[in-house]
Design a protein around this ligand. Structure first.
Ligand SMILES: Nc1ncnc2c1ncn2[C@@H]1O[C@H](COP(=O)(O)OP(=O)(O)OP(=O)(O)O)[C@@H](O)[C@H]1O
Ligand SMILES: [Mg+2]
Length: 459
C-alpha cells in the first residue's frame, strides 16, 4: 500500500501544508513548519470503534516491578531507586560533559549483574565506544553495541534482541527514513522518541535516551520530548572542572529534588559521596570566601562561595555569576547596598561557587551577600581558623528568611567543625541566629581582621 505523503504542521498555529515553506501561510511566522509522518488512513469510520469497559484501579493487575539498579549509587538515587522497566529516561548535558561515559558505566554494571543490555550509538563507531569502555571499570566491555543511525534498523534490533536496558546515544542522531528532514530536526526527534517509546513500553525495555542541549543549556528538540519520557535528567558542570552534578528535572517514579555529584577521572566518573569534605577542605581563608550549607535534594552539601569586588570604570559595572542565578545576585547586591551599607555601585562583582557546582536555591542568598561584603571590605569572614558557614534567604526589606531543612544544614556544618553557622532566626541549636542581613554581617565580619586592600569605590 502506498504510504500517505507527509504533512508539514506549523508549530505556532497548527496550520498544515503539503510541502515545506519558510513562512507559515497560516500565521506568517518564519521557520515554524515541522514535518510529520501522516498516519495511514483508517479502514472504516471512527464511529465503528467498540467501547471498552474501564477497569476500577483497585482491580488493575499490576505486578510490583523490581527496579534495575545500575550500581552507580548517585545515579540510582537521582532516578528514585534505579531504572523502572519499560520507562524512558532522557539524559541531557553539554558536549563532553560525560553522558556517554555515565551511560556506558551504567550498562556495564547492569551487564555485569547478568542483565541483557544494548548500547545504540549514532554518534560514535563501535571502535570509539570500545576505546572509552576500556578505561571504564566493571563489565563495560561486555555490553553489546550497535553503531547505527537508521531508526528502523534500531527498532528491529531492539525487538529482536529484547534487552532489558538500552541506551540510545543520542536521540538527535537517529533518522527516520519516512521523514525527509535531517536527523536532529524537530520532526525527526519527535518521531524517533515517539517510536522508541512505543516499543519500549510494549516490550518492557528501560531506555536511556541521551539528548543534546542547546547553547542556553535547555534540551535540544521539541518540548514534547520532555512530556513523552518518564524522567528527564540533566548532567551539568563545567567541562574544564572535574565535578559534575546530575539532577532530575522531571521524574514520574521519584522525587525531582535529588542530585548526584560525580568527578571525571581517567577511569571514568567517580561518585563523590563525601562532597562536603572535599569542598570544605578546598575552601580558602581569604576575604570573599564563605561556606554555604546548601541542600542538594534531601542531602546537605557544603560548598564554598567566593566573591571578588573590584573597582571598575565600566558603566554599568560587571556582574558575573557562576553557579548561582544572575538575577539573584542582582537582588542580593541591591539589598546589601540599601539595607546593610555595603555598596558595590562602582565595582565589578564576580561570584563563583567553587568546584563548578550550581546552587539553585534561595538559601544561597546569605552566602553570596557575606562573600560580597567580605570581599568589598577586604576582611576575612569569621574569626577562627575554620571558614564560616551560613545559609538563609534574603528578603527585599533586608530580613533573613528561613529555608528548608535548617537542622540538616546545621548538622552538616557541625560535622565539619563549622558550627555555629549563621542562619535565620528560628534555625535552632548550632546556629548563630540573625534576624536581618545587617545582623548576619555583624556576626560574620564585625571585628574580623582586615586583609588585602579595600577597593576604593566599593568600600
Ligand atoms: N583518559 C581520560 N582521562 C580523563 N578524562 C577523560 C579521558 N578521556 C575522556 N575524558 C573525559 O570524558 C569527557 C568525554 O566524555 P563523554 O564522551 O562521555 O561525553 P559526552 O557528554 O558523551 O560528550 P558528547 O556530547 O560529545 O557525546 C571528556 O570531555 C573528558 O573530560
Ligand atoms: Mg557522547
Amino acid at each position: 500500500m502506498a504510504r500517505a505523503p507527509n504533512v508539514f504542521t506549523c508549530s505556532a498555529c497548527g496550520h498544515e501544508a503539503p510541502k515545506w515553506h519558510g513562512r507559515c501561510l497560516g500565521c506568517g511566522e518564519w521557520n515554524t513548519l515541522v514535518e510529520e509522518a501522516r498516519a495511514p488512513a483508517r479502514a472504516g469510520p471512527a464511529s465503528a470503534a467498540q467501547p471498552v469497559r474501564p477497569v476500577r484501579l483497585a482491580d488493575v493487575q499490576a505486578a510490583k516491578l523490581a527496579r534495575l539498579t545500575t550500581s552507580i549509587a548517585e545515579l540510582d538515587r537521582v532516578l528514585g531507586g534505579g531504572l523502572v522497566p519499560g520507562s524512558l529516561v532522557l539524559l541531557g548535558g553539554a558536549p563532553g560533559i560525560g553522558k556517554s561515559t555515565l551511560t556506558s558505566m551504567a550498562l556495564g554494571n547492569l551487564a555485569g549483574a547478568g542483565r541483557r543490555t544494548l548500547y545504540v550509538s549514532g554518534e560514535e563507531s563501535a571502535a570509539q565506544i570500545k576505546l572509552r569502555a576500556q578505561r571504564l571499570p566493571g563489565a563495560a566491555l561486555e555490553v553489546p553495541v550497535l553503531a547505527e543511525t537508521d531508526l528502523e534498523t534500531v527498532l528491529a534490533t531492539l525487538a529482536a534482541e529484547r534487552p532489558e536496558v538500552c541506551v540510545v546515544d543520542s536521540v538527535q542522531t537517529l533518522h527516520a527514513a519516512d521523514l525527509t528532514g535531517a536527523a536532529g530536526s524537530v520532526g525527526q526527534v519527535r518521531e524517533v522518541a515517539d517510536r522508541i517509546t512505543r516499543l519500549a513500553k510494549a516490550r518492557d525495555i528501560a531506555v536511556l535516551l541521551v539528548g543534546h542541549v542547546t547553547k542556553e543549556g535547555a534540551l535540544a528538540g521539541p518540548r514534547v520530548l520532555e512530556h513523552l519520557v518518564d524522567c528527564v535528567l540533566q548532567f551539568e558542570g563545567e567541562r574544564e572542572r572535574t565535578y559534575r552534578t546530575l539532577r532530575a528535572l522531571k521524574n514520574r517514579f521519584g522525587s525531582t529534588s535529588e542530585a548526584g555529584v560525580f568527578e571525571m577521572r581517567q577511569g571514568g566518573l567517580v561518585e563523590v559521596q563525601d562532597a562536603s569534605a572535599r569542598f570544605v577542605g578546598e575552601a580558602t581563608r581569604a576575604p570573599g570566601s564563605v561556606v554555604l550549607a546548601a541542600m542538594e535534594g534531601s542531602r546537605p552539601l557544603l560548598v564554598e562561595v567566593q566573591a571578588l569586588v573590584s573597582p571598575s570604570e565600566l558603566v554599568p559595572p560587571r556582574r558575573i555569576a557562576n553557579g548561582i542565578d544572575r538575577n539573584r545576585l542582582a537582588l542580593v547586591l541591591a539589598v546589601l547596598g540599601r539595607h546593610a551599607g555595603v555598596g558595590a555601585g562602582g565595582a565589578d562583582v564576580f561570584v563563583n561557587v567553587a568546584g563548578g557546582v550550581r546552587v539553585d536555591e534561595p538559601g544561597a542568598d546569605l552566602a553570596v551577600a557575606l562573600a560580597v561584603a567580605s570581599a568589598a571590605r577586604g576582611v576575612v569572614a569569621g574569626a577562627g581558623e575554620r571558614p564560616i558557614a551560613c545559609f538563609g534567604e534574603i528578603g527585599l526589606t533586608g530580613e533573613l528568611r528561613s529555608v528548608a531543612h535548617p537542622e540538616r544544614r546545621l548538622a552538616e556544618a557541625a560535622k565539619f567543625g563549622l558550627a555555629p553557622a549563621i542562619a535565620p532566626a528560628g534555625a535552632g541549636r548550632g546556629a548563630t541566629e540573625a534576624p536581618t542581613l545587617r545582623a548576619a554581617l555583624k556576626a560574620a565580619i564585625a571585628g574580623a581582621q582586615r586583609r588585602g586592600s579595600v577597593p576604593a569605590k566599593a568600600a
